[in-house]
Design a protein around this ligand. Sequence first.
Ligand SMILES: *[C@@H]1O[C@H](CO)[C@@H](O)[C@H](O)[C@H]1NC(C)=O
Ligand SMILES: *[C@@H]1O[C@H](CO)[C@@H](O)[C@H](O)[C@H]1NC(C)=O
Ligand SMILES: *[C@@H]1O[C@H](CO)[C@@H](O)[C@H](O)[C@H]1NC(C)=O
Length: 542
Amino acid sequence: MLGAAWLTGLALLANTPIFGAQAAATCGAKTFKNPVLYEDFPDNDISVGPDGAYYFSASNFHYSPGAPILRSYDLVDWEFVGHSIPRLNFGDGYDLPATGERSYRGGTWASTLRYRKSNGLWYWIGCTNFWITWVFTAPKPEGPWTQKANYGGGVCFYDNGLLIDDDDTMYVVYTYDGGKQVNVTQLAPDGLSTVRTEKVLVPGQVGAESVEGNRMYKINGLYYILNDHPGSTAYVWKSTSPWGPYEGQPLADSVPGPVPGGGAPHQGSLVQAPSGDWYFMSFTWAYPSGRMPVLAPIKFQPSGFPTLVTNISTSPPSWGVSYPLPAPKKPLNYPWTRTHSFTSVSALPVSFEWNHNPDTSKFSLSSSRGLILNTASVTTDLYQARNTLTHRVHGEFPSATAELDISGMADGDRAGLAAFRDRSAYIGLHKTGDTVSVVALFNATIDEWSGTTLDLGSVKGSVDLPQGTGKVSLRVKMDARASGDHKASFEYSLDGKTWTGLGGVFELYTGWAFFLGYRFAVFNYATKALGGNVAVLSFGTA
Ligand SMILES: *[C@@H]1O[C@H](CO)[C@@H](O)[C@H](O)[C@H]1NC(C)=O
Ligand SMILES: *[C@@H]1O[C@H](CO)[C@@H](O)[C@H](O)[C@H]1NC(C)=O
Ligand SMILES: *[C@@H]1O[C@H](CO)[C@@H](O)[C@H](O)[C@H]1NC(C)=O
């Protein structure tokens, strides 16, 4: 039935040229294209703020600041507005101390963000280290965000979703026992402690072994829980009481995703468009890019359960590559790719995140030299170096260019631009004595589960620079499509015009267990002693 209605849309679409990302819409088309954002923003929790805008909270694990927030007025065009976690105050490992501790894959994941009308505060709630559930609050999504409380050691609201009911009662739904049980906890009126907890459902009721990615909603007077079986299936559960009993049904069961080479969307959020229609914003696993948000309409049936609107011209029916717009376009014109010079800003733009917490005494913004990175660690391991600044890759063929002033480098220092993940490669500068070499280093690797370094990487190419070289530009280009060739290449230039490739081709890794896609990363660390610096004169993504 739904499919038939959708087919009419398809016929129209056949004559509509689609120009990539959301450009079609700005040409007057009435459709949007999936993914709505070709960037790694996993585990979305989307809700409506007091200004009527949509706010999208995502996971970014060991990157600092944590828990990025996006905003949209039409569910299709998004802008990056801030982070809920100013600093990952969750243990020493988040500071990459010289003792070797590290927190790869720790930090923020599958958390929740909601606005509470009664006190005008935003709440972020998330479990860290599988052990403690933190509450952060802010008067605005842009902050300032404050770490308020945790519910005590051992209380992990794993993959949790917050519902603030019409009477202002706060409920949190989450998984425990390895996903085999789902609880609802009622919070105290201030949201900072718990008053009642009940087990409300088990995935066995729908024949699933485990569920995660829990969200809780009240829609037309009924309580709904959305969750998913990892890798395949979204489930919707409904009840007349927050405490159950809940009855469940699949919403999307192994529905082929809209991104070539990407997985079946299953985790995400339910959200109502301004028209009153409902949508499921999920995400598709598509490495090396990462987990990208994809949107599809859903229709509530007389039974009270929603069904997904799919493309029935494929077998099995698939998640649409495009759909009619959920709301009139309100383009934000947020520049997801651009060149930053850092000379006229008082803080780093929100799209930058550090690998683990930065040592704030070791970087600065200068009106003449841009971003100055003083070496902050003495190590030979890129993964133990502090103050590596990262930026998500955007689109199918992302590239980044960094122009560095290397005149302040000290003997033993290493600076450069990486394709950064659990298997990384970079083009950089190694200074030995008075000589600076441009070096391509491939396959610096950590174990994707434990974060332990397995491989410091191998030098694939090295060229000594003329004595006295003051500026070097570095470039990384990728094919980031899951269906692509996963190749990255590296170039340098001494005049910003003529580029020379170095090191050949690096194959980007597509394993899923790191939970994040590739990023561009600018780094500067010492192997001998602190004291040197580089200045990032510009950093551009395309
Ligand atoms: C979930 O609820 C059950 C039943 O009330 C309780 O025994 C269990 O400890 C709770 N689990 C967590 C992680 O809160
Ligand atoms: C639906 O699937 C067909 C067959 O693969 C494809 O050609 C078409 O582009 C898809 N349409 C949408 C809107 O996803
Ligand atoms: C990269 O390093 C890992 C860990 O040492 C190793 O298993 C893998 O084979 C290496 N890959 C390449 C292409 O050298």
